[in-house]
Design a protein. Structure first.
Ligand SMILES: C[S@@+](CC[C@H](N)C(=O)[O-])C[C@H]1O[C@@H](n2cnc3c(N)ncnc32)[C@H](O)[C@@H]1O
Length: 240
């Protein structure tokens, strides 16, 4: 599955945007708006949906000066269909709406709407680019405080994607489930392979660094023990 990454994969999104001339970025789960603000700097149009009214108000006023972001308040399952039906061309979807165990975020009793979001995208006549964040939460039961029964397993996510009208190229990289039109495989597969190769080549150097750090800590620890032992022996000898 690869490493865990926090935030949207900017390089991947830029690659897809450029190669496939994508103009619209749609996000479910706005939260603090960092991804929407970044996307607005490269896409013509950004639409972001947030179910927590407090977060929606805070974030939409924080970024009120960015003209090409459309902040929507509501449940993605209610709003996404309208958004999708208004799209004139395939768009990039960043599906990231779920409860994130922070108190102000929506979803404590309704943790993950992703399967319904996929069903909505499947009803579109267009072949969209879909990125789903936090693959680790689907690939194995999510850590507490998430509830296991609230999260679909990875095979359910895949089955829903496969139930769509278009054949997709589906992979997982850096904690993101990537489901893109089959034709995108030609571009994406070599790009991901280059990243994976670089990661593997760097790994031994990283391990060496960690090993050196660990040995340093052991040396410091043993110095402390030896020094404490000497102090003790001295105090016994001189009755201090
Ligand atoms: C992981 S955060 C989103 C992070 C953001 N996309 C980013 O890249 O920085 C999840 C957000 O989704 C919102 N959320 C949860 N369920 C939702 C739903 N059904 N519809 C819309 N937003 C939802 C939460 O309130 C929270 O703000």
């Amino acid at each position: 599955m690869g490493s865990i990454r926090f935030g949207a994969p900017h390089e991947l999104i830029q690659l897809l945007r450029k190669q496939f001339s994508l103009r619209t970025f749609v996000e479910t789960g706005t939260f603090r708006g960092g991804t929407a603000a970044w996307a607005a700097s490269c896409f013509e149009q950004v639409i972001t949906i947030e179910a927590s009214e407090t977060i929606y108000k805070q974030t939409s006023s924080k970024y009120a000066d960015i003209a090409n972001i459309n902040f929507l308040f509501g449940d993605s399952r209610k709003l996404l269909a309208q958004v999708v039906s208004a799209l004139p061309a395939p768009a990039l979807f960043w599906l990231d709406s779920h409860w994130c165990s922070e108190q102000i975020t929506y979803g404590e009793k309704d943790e993950c709407p992703v399967l319904d979001e996929i069903k909505i995208l499947n009803a579109s006549p267009l072949d969209h680019f879909i990125l789903i964040d936090d693959a680790r939460l689907f690939s194995s039961p999510p850590a507490l405080p998430y509830r296991i029964d609230q999260w679909p397993a990875l095979d359910q996510v895949f089955d829903h994607i496969k139930a769509g009208p278009y054949e997709k190229y589906i992979v997982i990289s850096e904690d993101v489930i990537i489901a893109v039109p089959k034709a995108a495989r030609r571009v994406l597969a070599p790009w991901l392979q280059a990243i994976n190769t670089r990661t593997i080549r760097l790994a031994p150097a990283r391990h060496k660094g960690r090993l050196r750090h660990g040995l340093g800590l052991i040396r410091q620890g043993s110095d402390l023990i030896i020094r404490a032992g000497l102090e003790k022996a001295r105090s016994l000898k001189f009755g201090r």
